[in-house]
Design a protein around this ligand. Structure first.
Ligand code: DGJ
Length: 597
């Protein structure tokens, strides 16, 4: 009896030790964690804001070519790089893997104190299959390509090739096994992107015999089940498509989601020419056309990618995202952009088909930055922007307003340098990162962008209403000029503000833009940062008590090792003799407020 008891005590202890060990390992590798409404990337126990950039597709194909790149990334204040590795280079001969490049990149990143997100260019890159190994491309019977309308084919592997999926998954999981061996302790590699901008090009869906058979068959039960379970939280664009067919709970794809693209229609390269009017172009990129074709492809890409991600995570479980080539005003029809990728209207399909994928990410070159960011953060999807431009205001918007995990301009080695808009914005976010990460997801932080000539913007934050006035590079008035109250055109974030009509000679010049990140850290304490130009902030209390607000401590500074370090204590001319708070670009500010009457 006693022996038995000792045995079971021993096994409980062993179990606890194993669980503890597992907990340790799983919490120390990079992982995602919720904080309020936000999701954070946790690296070595702390939230990590990835201030990064994506290298050109082939920049990291040799260590030699990277030597001149690392210092540029550092001069641009990056803390990580998005680096492509290809299936072709990793498995040049079937079953023979070569990880020398991956190892070298990890070592060189460490030497430069940078982290990496690897992009796996496997079966697809920009829809096509150019980075698949030659042994895959040659064996077109075993690894089938898609068929377009009329039976033509192209260099685009079909999602209906199970052998292709399995071969891709084998290579990817070998990579992840290796990654764990070389980086399981140090965590230089933060995350993985699997494939790149997947989807069918030049037609709205795959029309191979297997694809056609699947299209005519009933919608898979798992998908129907998911849609019914999430009926009330589906993105409205998808819900509307389903609603139009009466929320059918079974049937063929066309029965459940409506008719596909007509047989007779050849997909143009762009949707630029008629039949779309200018107005239609403006709205066309926000909705699906022949939704069933895209939904069908989204499901099939999601299932395929999910297998690869699952196999990889069995080896080394770090966060994974997939990226979307977005619809554009001139490329609004499926097939003019890759049909079936994770565009916002089909996020629910991707969630249903690829639960192993953590994040659906936009390649965000559109000018409608905030609108797209908002659509990519519905239903708790974290914002990770793997490709974009170098706009500093967008950096503040991404991290301040949308709790982004990463911001990453494309072909970063061309633009990364000191004294750039991007480098300034990255420095600012990094200098404020302890308060940014502490406030993410709590409703205590936002960002506002302002163009020259904009009306004032009003933001409620903490216990105050903040009124923001664009100063740009102009002189800040020395005498206090209270902001014009409640002008009809007053901007209230996030709505776009009306503009003051430009003088005729300004017509062609783009308006100067400034942006501010606004962080409330206590009842009477704020941190602010600006890029692009100065912004004046006035305060009005939202709680009962004295109504006049005074500036207490006004400090320019930055966080160093988690501690706020004051660089200049501000008063006199810098604060309009204590009555005006001006947030100047690239100079984080901490301010405390007091009230009197
Ligand atoms: C988007 C792709 O994902 C990138 O790899 C690159 O090809 C860019 N487009 C080019 O602009």
């Amino acid at each position: 009896m006693k022996f038995r008891f000792q045995l079971s005590l021993l096994s409980v202890c062993a179990l606890l030790i194993t669980l503890y060990g597992y907990g340790q390992a799983s919490s120390s590798r990079p992982h995602l964690q919720k904080q309020g409404t936000a999701t954070q990337l946790i690296v070595d126990g702390k939230p990590f804001l990835a201030l990064t950039g994506e290298l050109g597709n082939n920049t990291a194909t040799s260590l030699e070519n990277m030597q001149a790149v690392w210092p540029k990334l550092l001069s641009g204040n990056l803390n990580a790089a998005l680096v492509a590795i290809s299936w072709a280079q990793t498995e040049p001969t079937e079953g023979k893997y070569d990880f020398a490049l991956v190892d070298g990149l990890i070592k060189d990143a460490r030497r430069n104190n940078l982290r990496i997100v690897f992009l796996w260019f496997g079966s697809w890159k920009n829809g096509l299959s150019s980075y698949a190994p030659v042994w895959v491309k040659l064996d077109y019977k075993r690894f089938p390509r898609i068929r377009l309308q009329g039976g033509r084919t192209m260099e685009l592997l079909s999602t209906f090739g199970d052998a292709t999926r399995d071969a891709d998954a084998r290579a990817y999981s070998a990579l992840m096994r290796h990654m764990k061996e070389v980086d399981g302790e140090q965590h230089t590699v933060l995350m993985m992107q699997v494939e790149n901008e997947v989807g069918v090009l030049r037609d709205s869906r795959d029309r191979s015999a297997r694809a056609n058979a699947a299209f005519a068959a009933p919608v898979p039960k798992e998908l129907m089940h998911y849609l019914q379970q999430h009926k009330n939280s589906l993105v409205p664009e998808l819900r509307d498509v389903w609603a139009a067919q009466g929320f059918k709970t079974s049937g063929s794809w066309e029965e459940v989601f409506g008719p596909g693209k007509p047989e007779s229609m050849e997909m143009p390269i762009q949707t630029k020419t008629p039949p779309m009017s200018l107005e239609e172009h403006e709205i066309s990129w926000r909705q699906l056309h022949w939704p069933v074709d895209e939904i069908f492809m989204a499901w099939n890409y999601a299932r395929y990618v999910n297998t690869i991600v699952e196999e990889g995570k069995k080896e080394y479980d770090i966060p994974v995202y997939v990226n979307a080539w977005l619809q554009q005003p001139n490329h609004a029809w499926p097939g003019t952009y890759p049909s079936g990728g994770p565009v916002p209207q089909v996020h629910d399909i991707w969630r249903a088909g690829a639960p192993a994928v953590d994040i659906l990410a936009p390649d965000l070159y559109l000018e409608y930055f905030d609108e797209v960011a908002a659509r990519f953060t519905r239903n708790g999807n974290p914002l990770f922007i793997p490709e974009t431009s170098t706009n500093g205001s967008n950096v503040l918007s991404a991290f301040g307003k949308f709790n982004a995990i990463a911001f990453s301009p494309f072909f970063i080695e061309r633009s990364a340098a000191a004294d750039t808009d991007l480098a300034g914005a990255y420095a600012l976010v990094s200098q404020l990162s302890p308060v940014i990460t502490a406030q993410q997801g709590k409703g205590t932080m936002t960002a506002v962008r302002m163009n020259q000539g904009d009306a004032q913007a009003e933001v409620k934050l903490g216990d105050y209403t903040l009124t923001l006035t664009y100063i740009g590079n102009g002189r800040v008035p020395i005498a206090p000029e209270p902001p014009t109250k409640s002008a009809p055109g007053k901007q209230s974030t996030p709505a776009a503000s009306p503009k003051v009509a430009p003088a005729p000679d300004q017509d062609l010049a783009p308006p100067l833009q400034a942006a501010a990140i606004l962080i409330s850290t206590g009842p009477d304490e704020f941190y602010f940062g600006a890029v692009g130009g100065a912004i004046r902030i006035d305060f009005a209390p939202n709680t009962s008590g004295p109504k006049i607000v005074g500036l207490g401590d006004v400090q320019q500074g930055k966080f160093v090792d988690g501690q706020w370090r004051v660089i200049r204590q501000l008063g006199g001319d810098d604060t309009g003799q204590g009555e005006i708070l001006t947030v100047r670009p690239n100079a984080p500010i901490r301010v405390t407020l007091y009230r009197y009457e």
